[in-house]
Design a protein around this ligand. Sequence first.
Ligand code: TYD
Length: 214
Amino acid sequence: MSYTSNIKRISRGVLFVIEGIDGSGKTTQAKRLAASLASDGYDVLSLREPTDGKWGKEIRDAAHANKSRRDPEQEYRLFLMDRRQNVEENIAPGLSAGRIVILDRYYFSTMAYQGARGIDPKRIRIENEAFAPVPDRVFYISITVAEGLQRISRGRGGFTSFEQEEYLNRVREIFDEHLTCLPFVVSVDGMCRPDEIFDEIKRTAAEFLDTLAS
Ligand code: TYD
């Protein structure tokens, strides 16, 4: 059997995004979705934000250095620069080439996380959609903050603080208020077993891709 016969074609590029608070399991699900669609024969490009590019590295280094945080506007600008670069160099070319781009976090994280630091989430959405393609589906993995923090402290051996809990509560509130009403957002119950979560994401993704089969 020739491999080329397995390649699945779609009529245009597709953008899938996975979102959720820290500890929601989104990275695991993003990787599983990418692997599963690739083994189905689709041409998949996996990306994450913050990226591994210049600005993304600066964001991650600052987060790990335990320094006091930048002011919210400065921090927001850094995420915007990282995203602009990601759109120009990776997302837009991937979509133009007809690939399935799977993105672990996108501008909905900016709405929620920088929104939780006082920047208007609506403004963030408008400023991002001025240059960043609107996704075809966003899978929002919803878990409680208590569960997310427990998983982080179990898995990564770090400690969690009251401050962090308060912050994530605000992040989650914004996700719930600003995301769940959007027509392309699919809410997935992150308290279910990982296999069940994956089945739901895969089923929804496959249904969408069937509409673009060519
Ligand atoms: P995360 O995906 O959790 O990275 P890792 O798997 O390496 O821990 O993202 C790192 C942090 O960046 C996370 O706490 C959320 C935050 N973040 C923002 O504050 N704004 C954004 O726009 C994005 C994309 C992420």
